[in-house]
Design a protein around this ligand. Structure first.
Ligand SMILES: *Cc1c(COP(=O)(O)O)cnc(C)c1O
Length: 382
């Protein structure tokens, strides 16, 4: 089939996935319709147990979204005004939005130029700067496992321990990833993930989960997700939120959890096709030693903005979807300008004009991945 007449290649194909898991999904949804417990029905507890077992965490609490998971985790620590929360400047807005919603201040940290993950050297330097400025109390670090790869948690934990920081893993893009054979879920004091439909384990609506090894934290998360309730429904112990995971979404996720491991393996196979076909014409994603990615996103780096535009244009002309995560670092966004201390974060500031994400999903065929790579190669050598 020649390139001009090939069918388009989508960024994500949830219809193909739905056809693949069809009968299991239908059985799960029918069960919910039959029992009618739409809020905290039995599927939520079943999913929590399944997710905890999958990643080896002691406790899992299902919540309404990845953003709410981050918020509940910070609320449980009492983080608020005067507190500094360290986080990478190159991430989705939710990571930085949550500390601000609680009255705390995000402190943006630079990222590694090859792995795109939070740079431990920059984290140490930023903590020292905040300590010297004496305006904020360093309280927490949110490490983000960007694009499916684990952040350098050994380094983050060591730095956090020196300063007594609470560690929160924003694992929204990377549930299922592992470091040295250990899945993410217990790399930090708490781990938050998202089931937004385009994440590696996606629901058919919003959803999220929190993981922790601490029974006290897990109990707090359960209370906070239901308006701060105590042991009886109308005992209000603290200010919480409406942050529960829907039973319907839990049912969808239970069906998808059955094929999740195979889907990650499929994403890894596609990543290898891209690595092999493109490694000599552009910078393919760095593979951190001992890390296994969940491949939420496969982002390559082009030489400069002009070459990225060439690549994007060629893919578009061939009917192939691509995306830019993220066009700007967070501290360069209007909403965050006022809370940033003005420190330059050169790596995060330079990635936005060179980065490009290629289609990667479990229903992409080898031939389709090959065609994406061929179109890119032709564009870059033309
Ligand atoms: C998607 C995402 C979130 C937010 O998850 P939602 O479920 O959409 O609220 C938070 N952090 C990162 C890094 C994300 O990619």
């Amino acid at each position: 089939m020649d390139i001009e007449t090939s069918p388009p290649i989508a960024f994500l194909d949830l219809a193909a996935q739905q056809a693949r898991i069809g009968p299991g999904l239908k059985t799960r949804l029918d069960a919910v319709l039959a029992h009618g417990q739409y809020i905290l029905g039995p599927e939520v507890a079943e999913l929590e147990a399944g997710l905890a077992a999958f990643c080896g965490a002691a406790h899992c609490v299902g919540v309404s979204s990845g953003t709410d998971a981050l918020q509940i985790a910070l609320m449980a620590e009492g983080i608020g005004p005067g507190d500094g929360v360290f986080l990478p400047a190159f991430t989705y807005t939710a990571t930085a939005e949550v500390p601000l919603l609680l009255g705390a201040t995000p402190v943006f940290v630079d990222v590694d130029p090859r792995s795109f993950q939070i740079d431990p050297g920059s984290l140490s330097a930023r903590i020292t700067q905040v300590q010297r400025a004496e305006k904020l109390r360093p309280r927490a670090v949110i490490g983000v496992d960007l694009f499916g790869q684990p952040a350098d948690w050994a380094a983050i934990r060591a730095i956090a321990a020196q300063t007594g920081l609470f560690t929160l893993d924003d694992c929204a893009q990377s549930f299922g990833a592992a470091q040295d054979g250990v899945r993410l879920g217990r790399a930090a004091d708490a781990t938050a993930t998202s089931f937004f439909p385009s994440k590696p384990l996606g629901a058919y609506g919003d959803g999220g989960a929190l993981f922790t090894q601490s029974p006290e934290r897990a109990a707090l998360y359960r209370s906070l997700r239901t308006h701060g309730e105590g042991t009886t429904r109308y005992e209000v112990l603290r200010i919480g939120m409406n942050g529960r995971l829907d039973t319907m979404q839990a049912a969808v996720l239970l069906a998808k959890l059955e094929v999740f491991e195979a889907e990650i393996a499929r994403r890894e196979a596609i990543a290898r096709i891209y690595d092999a076909a493109l490694g000599d014409v552009l910078a393919t994603p760095a593979r951190v030693r001992g890390a296994a990615s969940a491949w939420a996103v496969y982002s390559v780096l082009l030489a400069d903005a002009a070459q990225r535009a060439t690549a994007q244009g060629a893919l578009k002309a061939a009917g192939i979807a691509s995306a830019v995560y993220y066009p700007r670092a967070l501290h360069q966004q209007p909403a965050y300008a006022a809370c940033h201390d003005g420190v330059a974060l050169p790596v995060a500031e330079g990635l936005g004009e060179r980065i490009l994400a290629l289609p990667i999903h479990p229903d992409l065929t080898d031939a389709q991945a090959g065609r994406v790579a061929a179109v890119l190669r032709a564009a870059l050598s033309g």
